[in-house]
Design a protein. Structure first.
Length: 229
């Protein structure tokens, strides 16, 4: 089976999942994103977003930035964005959806003041290309706030096994104030449990299992990495 065929099958599977969630929930819920994304950012309020252009790459259809009312502009980027608007009710959200892969995001360079991404890196074909594109659209001095699933086996739908060393190699030259936090992945659908309850609460049977990294970093001012764009 070709890579293109694999990718089409992957996208069909993802859209089918979200359509199933829409049928189950009636209206896709997004109330949890505020607490989650503020915790990722190590912020107590959304004041740091005031007047900013805020982007979420791999946003999904739930309206991940609906809570960010202080932002000047809220943009969700996802390869299935057009399908989400058509089938999942995303057109009702107070944010702009942009349909794009990781290879060429249709936003200007140095455009985003704050750039979120959650559990998107292991889904893409080329992590180096994605890292370069994200850093291209993030403004110097802008905030990169991300969640990564680490040490998980590859699957058809998640073709990359991420490690902390790999991520440092991808982003270390672009970011200063590199602040990663890593805990074991929570059980079931509760992936982020141990960020909220404290790492001292992690049971022994979770040690050695897949982890989650939360990272906040500041893009360096214009410098020697610019030739990569």
């Amino acid at each position: 089976m070709s890579t293109e065929t694999d990718n089409k099958a992957k996208l069909r599977h993802e859209l089918s999942y979200w359509c199933g969630r829409k049928r189950a929930e009636g209206k896709l819920k997004n109330i949890h994103f505020e607490a989650l994304m503020l915790a990722m950012a190590k912020e107590n309020s959304q004041d740091f977003l005031k007047g900013k252009v805020v982007v979420d790459f791999g946003c999904g259809p739930r309206g991940s930035l609906e809570w960010a009312t202080e932002a000047r502009l809220r943009i969700g980027v996802d390869v299935l964005a057009d399908d989400y608007i058509r089938t999942c009710g995303s057109k009702e959200h107070n944010m702009v959806y942009v349909c794009s892969t990781e290879s060429s995001i249709p936003l200007p360079s140095n455009y985003a003041d704050v750039l979120f991404t959650m559990n998107a890196f292991d889904h893409v074909a080329n992590t180096a290309v994605m890292a370069r594109e994200l850093m291209r659209i993030l403004a110097p001095g802008g905030q990169f706030i991300a969640s990564f699933n680490l040490y998980e086996p590859k699957t058809v739908h998640e073709p990359n096994t991420l490690t902390s060393g790999q991520l440092h190699g991808l982003f270390g030259d672009y970011l200063e104030s590199w602040e990663p936090r890593t805990v074991p992945k929570g059980p079931g659908n509760d992936s982020y449990r141990y960020f909220f309850c404290g790492s001292d609460k992690v049971p022994k049977d979770r040690q050695g299992k897949p982890h989650v990294m939360w990272l906040r970093g500041t893009k360096r001012q214009a410098g020697d990495f610019e030739h990569r764009f």
